[in-house]
Design a protein around this ligand. Structure first.
Ligand code: CA2
Length: 148
């Protein structure tokens, strides 16, 4: 049976590759989705890939993941630093969660140094650019025992 991974992206990540390439690189979110799907195929994983600028939609996807996902990759973007609601939703999910940040948040402003989500995440990846998503998928494949 193919194990399903939700890859969830928070606010403004729809602008990836279109602004601030010095921080976030040149790849678009569509490029990231394409690369995640290609790697997931090799790893024997299925992917549901979502982005929203609305907190409640991310919460609803985490709830949906409770029904059919083996693991979650999440870049909550700015909600990382503000959202107890996303933390609470993730705490209701039983499988492994990997938190991804494209930039090294610890090298940036102090307000980016605290993450509500890290208290739940099984792993945190920051500063590896968009490659971080692929590293997270490899880790989840290991944790959930994917077919490949
Ligand atoms: O480094 C990351 O992945 C972040 O999660 C990105 C968030 C930021 O608030 C976090 O502190 C770190 C911002 C996402 C906004 O993405 C943009 C991409 C291109 C242009 C403008 C915004």
């Amino acid at each position: 049976m193919t194990r399903l991974i939700y890859v969830l992206n928070g606010p403004n990540l729809n602008l990836l590759g279109k602004r601030q390439p010095e921080i976030y690189g040149h790849e678009t979110l569509a490029d990231v989705e394409r690369d995640c799907r290609a790697l997931a195929g090799e790893l024997g994983l299925g992917v549901r890939f979502h982005q929203s600028n609305r907190e409640y939609e991310i919460i609803d996807w985490v709830h949906a993941a409770r029904e059919d996902a083996a693991g979650i990759v999440i870049n909550p973007a700015a909600f990382t630093h503000t959202s107890v609601a996303i933390l609470d939703a993730l705490n209701a999910f039983d499988g492994p969660v990997i938190e991804v940040h494209i930039s090294n948040v610890h090298k940036r402003e102090a307000f980016r140094h605290h993450s509500f989500v890290s208290g739940r995440a099984d792993g945190v990846i920051a500063g590896f650019g968009t490659q971080g998503y692929l590293l997270a998928l490899r880790r989840l494949a290991h944790l959930v025992g994917a077919a490949a």
